[in-house]
Structures are given as C-alpha cells and as structure tokens.
Design a binder for this molecule. Structure first.
Ligand code: CA
Ligand code: CA
Length: 315
C-alpha cells in the first residue's frame, strides 16, 4: 500500500512516488491536451521576432569558466560553481561544474522508494541551469501564450507537456544562438544536491527550502521565495515538479555511470523534486516520479539547461 502523496489529480502513475491515481485523471488530461497544442502553433510567430531582437546572454558576474567541453574521458576538475548569467528573457542561469556524486538514496534514508538505487555518477561536462523554474513571464515571452491555471508573472510555468517544454528550449536557443534543453535526470539531481548527500539540500530543512503540500496552502508560489541551495538554485524541492529529459525506468543498475541519459525505451518521462501539491517524501532530492509526456499538469513545470560554450560568438 503506497501512501498518497498528492491530493490533486495528476499524471504520475500509481507506482512509486505518487501513490494514488484518481479516476478523473484521464478527463483532466484530455481537457488540456488539445488546447495546449493549438496554443503552441498559434504562438510561434510573434515569439521569434521578439527574441531575435532581444539578443543573447548578458553576463552578470565573473567571466564564464572555460566553456567548451573537449573530452568525455577526462572529467573537468570541479570548481566552486555559482557563476550566474542572465539570458534574453531575464532568466538567470548558474554554472554547475562537472563532477562526481552519489545519485539516489542510501538504503537507510527515511521514506525512500525502491526506484532510488544509489550509484556513483560522473558528469563530464559543466552546464548552466536555471536558478528557478521557468516562470510564466519567461514562458509567455518565448511561446506567446500562457497555459497556467493560476496566472502570475513570477509563478512557475505549468500545464506544459514534455514536448512543449522542449519547444520552449528550441525557440529560446534559436533566438540566442545557444543550446537549451531539459536537464538529464542525473544533471537534475546533481544540481539539486549541490554536494549535499541527505534528503534535502541547502539548510537540510524542507520547510526552508521548498513549497510542498503542508506549507503551500496547496497552490503554486512565486519562484525563489524559499532558500537557495549551495549553488544558488531555488525550488529544486517542491513548488513546480520539473520535467527531465530521460525516459523513466524503475530499475536502475547500481554500477557507476558516466553522463547517464536514461533508458532508450519507455512510455513515461522523469519528473523530479515533487511539487506544492506533493507530500514531503516526494520532494526529497532522490525522489523520482514518472509522468506521461503528453500530460499537462498544474503541478508540473520545468527548468532549462543551457549548454556551456554553445554561443555563436564563442561564449
Ligand atoms: Ca518513486
Ligand atoms: Ca521545483
């Protein structure tokens, strides 16, 4: 018997982190699916114009570390991280250095699920990642529409399918001449932890680090209104649950892995961090959820990775 962790209807399947799937889920999803697709098509024209005019990244603090990854066999030496750039839609992205970490949870972690097999993971390339979830203002600026149920500029974008999250990345990348994408699941957890080994990064106290069902009044909250982790990233625990690039597989091999990108097949995609509608156990750094990619859920948003060294002027 799995404990219910999300009171709202949602798309996470009954396995694992979300223990309850309501009978009304399918109608909820069907209701939003068609509308979202049409809206994407309708919004595509204006967006490109706006962003081309807006230009690329504006550097804020110290110069970028050596950007271009040159090899996958010799991991770069970890640096302190923390450099922050601001892109053409006002999104802040922090540089996360290459490195090695323990992904997943140890067998004695409270409330862990059995899909959190712990293993050593090495990421050979540093990357930039949004310091917050993509906001509705940023989503609107790129896509030209806003599918969120509760609308406000600084709330996380939501009701976004996995494919629409990718569409956002492609459009933003085209406009800036850079490569944006979803984080892999390993990149997401590495960024969430920022070297922390326990269930919650930063101060280690979930109420100080994130919005979850017991402190959110069961509604999304403006981004960056809880504490940052050691790399300056907000809301990795809770608020909007975040799409990752990977397909979901329950079983994870315990052997060490380098730049893992998930299984080659599978109907569902990984979503991480829990949300304002999830119980605390689902907001742990290692907690994994699976969501059908077509679902457009009010609890699910995303943050982007910007690849280092992909700017057309050499940055
Ligand atoms: Ca799980
Ligand atoms: Ca989040």
């Amino acid at each position: 018997m799995l404990e219910p962790e999300l009171r709202q209807n949602h798309g996470c399947h009954g396995r694992g982190v979300c223990g309850r799937v309501s009978g009304t889920l399918d109608s909820t999803v069907a209701e939003h699916r068609g509308r979202g697709v049409r809206a994407v098509l309708a919004g595509s024209v204006t967006v490109v114009t706006v962003l081309l005019a807006a230009g690329g990244c504006r550097r804020e603090s110290p110069p970028a570390p050596p950007a271009k990854p040159t090899t996958t066999t010799s991991p770069a030496k970890p640096t302190s991280g923390g450099e922050v750039v601001t892109n053409s839609v006002g999104m802040k992205l922090a540089y996360v250095p290459a490195g090695t970490f323990m992904m997943g949870s140890p067998p004695d972690e409270a409330n862990r699920d059995d899909d959190e097999t712990q293993r050593k993971v090495t990421l050979t390339r540093g990357f930039y990642i949004g310091t917050t979830e993509v906001t509705q203002k940023q989503w609107q600026a790129v896509m030209g529409f806003n599918p969120a149920e509760t609308k406000a500029d600084d709330l996380p974008a939501s009701r976004i399918s996995w494919a629409n999250a990718l569409a956002f990345c492609r459009k933003l990348g085209r406009a800036e001449g850079r490569t944006y994408r979803l984080p892999t699941e390993a990149e997401w957890e590495y960024a969430c932890r920022a070297r922390a080994a326990g269930p919650v990064a930063g101060t280690g106290k979930l109420d100080e680090m994130g919005w979850h069902i017991d402190n959110s009044d069961e509604r999304p909250r403006p981004v960056a209104t809880k504490g940052p982790n050691a790399w300056g990233l907000f809301d990795m625990h809770g608020n909007a649950m975040e799409w990752c690039a990977d397909r979901y597989a329950r079983d994870v091999a315990p052997e060490p892995a380098t730049d893992p990108a998930g299984p080659a097949e599978g109907a569902e995609r990984v979503a991480r961090g829990g949300s304002w509608g999830h119980y605390p156990r689902a907001c742990r750094a290692a907690a994994r959820a699976s969501v059908r990619p077509a679902y457009q859920l009010k609890q699910v948003g995303f943050r982007v990775v910007m690849e280092a060294g992909t700017h057309t002027d050499g940055r």
